[in-house]
Design a protein around this ligand. Structure first.
Ligand SMILES: [Cu+2]
Length: 162
């Protein structure tokens, strides 16, 4: 009887474990590429008439050498650029980063609305909330990794590109 109770308990425990593992896997799992870890990727739904979309995520460099995000591509956009928003005097301006985004050793770099970001140009179909945007990131040293940006609701916090 005692053994049976123990086994039943273990059974329930194991089942719970599976449920927890399943729930974790369903979430936005980090994309790993060597020492780099990409998390929290998202984009925003594009408003009617909006010609471009932004892309955001966090890259953590767990390694001992610097790396650089040198190019980005997506099958849903003609071009994907890397941009930076920065104050120029009293005006917020956007600048294209031609050499890429540095990912220093041991550092975490965030791409956010209003900061560093990806810019999707020549978008074939406007991003819709609930959709997914596939993106390939190419790093100077680590190589390439495919990530998916879930499309969140359009909203303030971004910036206009005209
Ligand atoms: Cu931009």
């Amino acid at each position: 009887m005692k053994t049976f109770t123990k086994l039943a308990f273990l059974g329930i425990f194991a089942a719970t474990g599976i449920i927890i593992a399943g729930a974790t896997a369903a979430q936005d799992a980090p994309a790993k590429l060597g020492d780099l870890e990409v998390t929290g990727a998202f984009t925003k739904a594009m408003l009617p008439g909006q010609p471009v979309g932004g892309g955001y995520f966090t890259i953590k460099n767990n390694g001992k050498s610097d790396d650089m995000l040198v190019s980005v591509s997506s099958p849903v956009a003609g071009t994907v650029e890397m941009h930076e928003m920065a104050m120029q005097g009293e005006v917020m301006k956007m600048r294209k980063l031609d050499t890429g985004i540095a990912i220093p050793a041991g550092k975490t770099v965030e791409l956010t609305p209003g900061g560093l970001h990806l810019m999707f140009l020549k978008v074939k179909e406007p991003f819709k909330q609930g959709g997914k945007v596939p993106v390939t990131l190419s790093f100077e040293k680590a190589g390439k990794v495919d990530i998916t940006l879930p499309v969140e609701a359009a909203g303030p916090g971004g910036h206009e590109h005209k």
